[in-house]
Design a protein around this ligand. Structure first.
Ligand code: AMP
Length: 438
C-alpha cells in the first residue's frame, strides 16, 4: 500500500475543519486590522530564502526541500553537483512564509514609494526537512501576517496585540500562554554587538560545540538558541542585545513595551530570544503554551532590512507566523479543541426507487436555498435511511412516498420528537428553514 511521506499528514474530517476554522478566525480578526489575504507559490528560487532567511541558518543549510524537474534530476545525477545550475533552476519548497511574501511585494510593487503600507496575511503549507517528531513535521501549516511599510513601534505592538487576541479567539486562555519579547538591534548597533558575541564565543571556544564555532564566524547570535544545553548555559554570560542597543533601538523597544502595557498584554522580556532566522531586526517575539509541551506555537518580529535583501527599496516590515498543528496539540493538552461541529443537515428519504426523481428535485431545491442536504444513493430501506440521517446529525427528514408524490406534497419528520407533518411540495424550502431556525 502506498504511504504518505514520514512527517506529513492528511487533513480530513474534523482536523480539516479545524484548519479551516483557524483560517476563518484569522480572516475575521486580521481583516478588522486591515490585512488582506495573499498566496505565493509553494516553490521559490533558493536565493529568495538565502537572501531573506540567511545562508548560515539551519533552515537554509539543512532543512529546505530542494526541487528539481525530472529532466534536471537525471542531469544532476550524471554530474553529481548543482554547481552549473542557474539561479532560476535552483528551487526549493518554502520553509516559511515571510521571504516569499516579501519577494512578491517587491516583484509586484505592493508598497510604492509614498503609498500606504501593504498588510497581508496567509494560510499555507510549509516544508522543512526536519526529523519528524511530535509537533515537528516536514509539511506543516502556518497562518501568518506581514505588514510592509510601517516603522512605528505602534505597528509592532498592534501585531503582538492582534496575535494574542488570535490565540484567545482560537480558544486559549491568556494565562497558560507565555509571550516572550526582545530587541535584536538594527544595522546601526547590531554589527558591533555581533562582534562582541563572536569574541565571547571565541573566548569560550573550548566549551562550545563545533556548530557554535562555525556560527561564531557566520552568525554568532544563533548560539543563544543552540540545541546543545551546555552551549546555552555558557551563553548565559554572553553580552545581551538589550545592553547593546543604540539610542533609536532602545527608544523603539521601550515604546513597544509602553504600548503593550497600555493594551494590557502581559509579556516577559527574554534577552536571549534571537529566533532562528537571520532577517529579524529590533522587536522579536515568541509565544509558548505553558502546559502544551510542544514548544513555540507562534512567533515573529521586525525585519527592516528584508525588502532590500530581496531586491526592493528600503522598506520596514514586521510579521508573525502561527503553526496550526502545534496549536491543535496545545489546545488538546488543555482539554480544548479547534474543531468546530459539523453543521446540522436535512435528510431527504424516499420509500422506494419510484420516488427517486421527487427525492432528487427536493434535495436540489434545498441545496439551492443553501441548506446542507443529504439523500440516499444506495437504495436503503426507509428505516436505515432514518438511521443514516441520525448519524449525520439531521434535525429534519423530508420523507417522500407514493402518497406524497400523488398529493404533490412532502412529509417533514422531526428527528428528535419523530413528529410528522405533511406540507405542500411548493412550501418545502420555507417549511424546512423555519424548522431549522427553531
Ligand atoms: P518559525 O517560522 O520557525 O518561527 O515557526 C513559526 C511557528 O510555526 C512555530 O511557532 C511553530 O508553531 C510552527 N512550526 C515551525 N516549524 C514547525 C514544524 N517543523 N512542524 C510543525 N510546526 C512548526
Amino acid at each position: 500500500m502506498a504511504q504518505r511521506v514520514q512527517g506529513t499528514e492528511d487533513l480530513f474530517g474534523g482536523y480539516m475543519r479545524a484548519w479551516q476554522h483557524m483560517q476563518d478566525v484569522a480572516r475575521d480578526l486580521f481583516g478588522a486590522y486591515g490585512f488582506d489575504m495573499v498566496e505565493t507559490p509553494a516553490i521559490e528560487q533558493v536565493d529568495t530564502f538565502v537572501h531573506g532567511i540567511g545562508e548560515s541558518t539551519d533552515v537554509v543549510r539543512k532543512e529546505m526541500f530542494r526541487v528539481v524537474s525530472g529532466a534536471l534530476f537525471e542531469n544532476l545525477l550524471g554530474q553529481g553537483s548543482e554547481a552549473g545550475l542557474k539561479p532560476k533552476q535552483r528551487l526549493a519548497m518554502r520553509p516559511e512564509g515571510t521571504a516569499g511574501v516579501v519577494r512578491a511585494a517587491v516583484e509586484n510593487n505592493m508598497v510604492p514609494q509614498g503609498a500606504a503600507s501593504a498588510k497581508l496575511w496567509y494560510a499555507e503549507a510549509m516544508f522543512r526537512g526536519e526529523r519528524p517528531q511530535k509537533g515537528r513535521l516536514r509539511q506543516f501549516h502556518q497562518v501568518g501576517v506581514e505588514w510592509l511599510g510601517a516603522a512605528d513601534p505602534a505597528a509592532d505592538a498592534e501585531c503582538i496585540v492582534m496575535l494574542m487576541e488570535y490565540y484567545k479567539r482560537l480558544g486559549f486562555d491568556s494565562s497558560p500562554l507565555k509571550l516572550s519579547i526582545n530587541s535584536m538591534g538594527d544595522a546601526v548597533c547590531r554589527p558591533a554587538y555581533r562582534e562582541r558575541v563572536r569574541q565571547f564565543i571565541l573566548d569560550h571556544a573550548d566549551e562550545m560545540c563545533e556548530d557554535c564555532l562555525e556560527r561564531a564566524e557566520i552568525n554568532p547570535l544563533r548560539s543563544f538558541d543552540c540545541k546543545n544545553d551546555h552551549c546555552r548555559e555558557v551563553m548565559r554570560d554572553a553580552p545581551l542585545a538589550k545592553d547593546n542597543l543604540c539610542d533609536d533601538c532602545a527608544e523603539h523597544y521601550a515604546q513597544v513595551k509602553r504600548y503593550l502595557d497600555a493594551a494590557g498584554v502581559s509579556y516577559v522580556e527574554d534577552p536571549t530570544l534571537v529566533r532562528g532566522l537571520d532577517y529579524y531586526t529590533r522587536t522579536v517575539f515568541e509565544v509558548e503554551a505553558v502546559d502544551g509541551g510542544v514548544g513555540a506555537i507562534g512567533g515573529g518580529g521586525r525585519y527592516d532590512g528584508l525588502m532590500e535583501l530581496e531586491g526592493g527599496k528600503p522598506t520596514p516590515g514586521i510579521g508573525f507566523a502561527v503553526g496550526f498543528e502545534r496549536i491543535a496539540l496545545a489546545l488538546a493538552a488543555q482539554g480544548g479543541s479547534l474543531e468546530t461541529p459539523q453543521p446540522g443537515c436535512v435528510y431527504v428519504a424516499g420509500t422506494s426507487a419510484d420516488e427517486r426523481e421527487a427525492v432528487f428535485s427536493a434535495t436540489l431545491a434545498l441545496r439551492q436555498a443553501g441548506v446542507r442536504t443529504e439523500a440516499d444513493y444506495q437504495g436503503r430501506s426507509l428505516k436505515s435511511q432514518f438511521k443514516q440521517a441520525d448519524k449525520l446529525g439531521a434535525r429534519v427528514c423530508v420523507v417522500i412516498g407514493p402518497d406524497e408524490v400523488a398529493a404533490n406534497a412532502v412529509t417533514l419528520r422531526d428527528m428528535e420528537t419523530h413528529e410528522q407533518t405533511q406540507v405542500p411540495a411548493a412550501e418545502l424550502v420555507s417549511a424546512v428553514t423555519e424548522r431549522l431556525a427553531k
